[in-house]
Design a protein around this ligand. Structure first.
Ligand SMILES: Nc1ncnc2c1ncn2[C@@H]1O[C@H](COP(=O)(O)OP(=O)(O)OP(=O)(O)O)[C@@H](O)[C@H]1O
Ligand SMILES: [Mg+2]
Length: 256
């Protein structure tokens, strides 16, 4: 795929067939965009449209342009050319192989060097509680471990200019760290989230309702201040969660 300087969403229709309220959204490298909305409002469908580089051929009728143009068929169908990485909402490993064998195979397909496997595992282990071992079978990994492994795989092996993340907060991994890891400089990142901290960490957020894009909100200075407060509260919550997970007691509230 050529250098990407713009990703454009040409809006389509909602679940009732009515036009979406926004005509077009342009996103440039270096931007993290949030996607928010109630359950069933079409957030994952929007992510899927981008992943497929849809051209009016999905139920939403959206079109996705790269650098202002419809991408060719070869880019849409060849994963080596598409270079869009997606951390999807529901993930199950079907391959019955070890973590190491899987990563080795993936690294080889992307021409990465031999120490890649160790790097992916050690990064994944910064996001999880119980560490992942190279000899673990993929199928025995927990939900959180699988997501951490895939986040690290996307950051190191897939390393694509467009990154799509469908809810990182429910997996029990360190969500802020994971978002920072995936949103490396110069990437276009879209992150579906129900989490106020993550939503306010983005520059803009797309609001979905009834399958359609309703508006795009730019994060204000006031909201950034709220975000700073929320991060403090969230870190406090995390520390309590950790203590409780480790079997500790939490008898005194700390004012944060
Ligand atoms: N514009 C649309 N036209 C037709 N169907 C749609 C449209 N948008 C979403 N849908 C359908 O609505 C259902 C719910 O959408 P989706 O899974 O994208 O919601 P979601 O916001 O990701 O929900 P959750 O928060 O539960 O993950 C899906 O079956 C999807 O195919
Ligand atoms: Mg969803």
């Amino acid at each position: 795929m050529q250098d990407i300087h713009e990703l454009t969403i040409i809006c389509g229709i909602d679940k009732s067939g009515a036009k979406e309220d926004v005509e077009k959204i342009r996103i440039c490298p270096g931007e993290i965009i949030g996607i928010v909305g109630p359950t069933g409002s079409g957030k994952s469908s929007l992510i899927c449209d981008i992943e497929q580089l849809s051209q009016g051929d999905t139920p939403t009728r959206r079109k996705i342009l790269i650098n202002g143009k419809a991408p060719g068929r070869d880019i849409r169908t060849d994963p080596r050319k598409k270079r869009i990485a997606q951390l999807s909402q529901n993930m199950h490993f079907l391959a019955d192989m070890t973590v190491e064998a899987f990563l080795r195979m993936h690294a080889k397909s992307r021409d990465r060097n031999s120490n890649t496997v160790e790097r992916v595992i050690s990064i994944a282990n910064t996001l999880t509680g119980e560490s992942i071992q190279p000899g673990h079978q993929l199928t025995i990994l927990s939900g959180g471990q699988s997501r951490a492994l895939m986040a690290a795989d996307i950051a190191v092996i897939s390393d694509s200019p467009i990154v799509l993340i469908d809810e990182i907060e429910n997996a029990g991994i360190k969500k802020q760290e994971a978002l920072k890891l995936l949103a490396a400089e110069g990437k276009i990142v879209l992150v579906v989230t129900h989490d106020p901290v993550l939503a306010l960490m983005t520059k803009r957020r797309i609001v979905m309702r009834k399958g359609g894009i309703r508006q795009v909100i730019t994060t204000s200075t006031g909201e950034m201040n709220v975000c700073t407060e929320l991060v403090r509260l969230d870190n406090y919550m995390m520390s309590l969660r950790n203590t409780i997970r480790q079997g500790g007691l939490v008898e005194q509230a700390v004012v944060v």
